[in-house]
Design a protein. Structure first.
Length: 245
């Protein structure tokens, strides 16, 4: 059980990292994650990726985030999640004491926890049989609790994922800029990269003397340079200049 829990924790952490670094806008990724959480918290384990991918494409949210988020319910976490959802449904729709629902839910949780990818058909058939043995009074409460928890989970997942994706992306951009600055400093210290001479000469004049900033000099108007004239007009102009001298 401990090895399965460590494996599930590793898979969940990897899925969260994949969601945070997925391509797309933060709103699209958050929408996909919220959709995946909603579907994952409903009793759809075994085929949950199919509706997640379908509705993500229909709603135009991130498909990768939706498919990864449904694995909040897996062979390790499904049992306690469904068990909790049943009690939520029981609180919303109580029934008479003396029912064997608790034992039936425990049996269902055991069957769900035994679902194996290597023997998916047999294990899922056993889980479906345990689900059918619950009876309609328990099934209704389980569905009511699961959809209630799914709605709350999706409502909390969207803002949390949106803020997390923005934070991760800004942190990655800042880290990339710091690395670029460090590389430029190292290259400059090694003499491999130097600023142009014009920029270096202009830097002290802009700062001024003694660290006092100087106002920029006003732009000078362009100087008009007379061009030599050719032909008869040029000869007359030269004669006038010589006679005046």
């Amino acid at each position: 059980m401990g090895s399965r829990f460590r494996r599930a924790r590793f898979v969940v952490r990897k899925a969260i990292r994949r969601i945070a670094y997925a391509k797309g806008s933060p709103a699209s990724i958050a929408g996909g994650a919220a959709l995946g959480i909603f579907i994952g918290l409903t009793p759809t384990m075994g085929f949950q990726m199919i509706p997640a991918a379908f509705f993500a494409a229909v709603l135009r949210v991130n498909v990768v985030a939706a498919v990864l988020a449904v694995w909040i319910t897996n062979p390790v976490t499904a049992a306690p999640i469904y068990y909790f959802e049943y009690f939520v449904g029981k609180l919303l729709l109580p029934f008479e004491p003396g029912s064997t629902a608790v034992e039936d839910i425990k049996r269902l949780a055991e069957r769900i926890s035994e679902v194996s990818v290597s023997d998916l058909w047999r294990t899922m058939a056993a889980a479906a049989a345990a689900f059918a043995e619950l009876g309609w009074d328990v099934i209704v409460r389980l569905l009511l609790g699961s959809f209630t928890c799914a709605a709350v989970g999706a409502a909390l997942t969207y803002p949390a994922t949106y803020l997390t994706v923005r934070y991760v992306r800004r942190r990655r951009e800042a880290r990339t800029m710091r690395r670029a600055d460090v590389r430029l400093e190292r290259l400059d210290a090694a003499g491999l990269v130097r600023a142009p001479e014009g920029e270096r000469a202009a830097a002290p004049s802009e700062a001024g003397v003694g660290g006092i900033e100087r106002a920029p000099e006003p732009a000078q108007p362009p100087r008009v340079v007379p061009l030599p004239l050719g032909g008869a007009e040029g000869a007359d102009e030269r004669r006038r200049n010589e006679s005046g001298a």
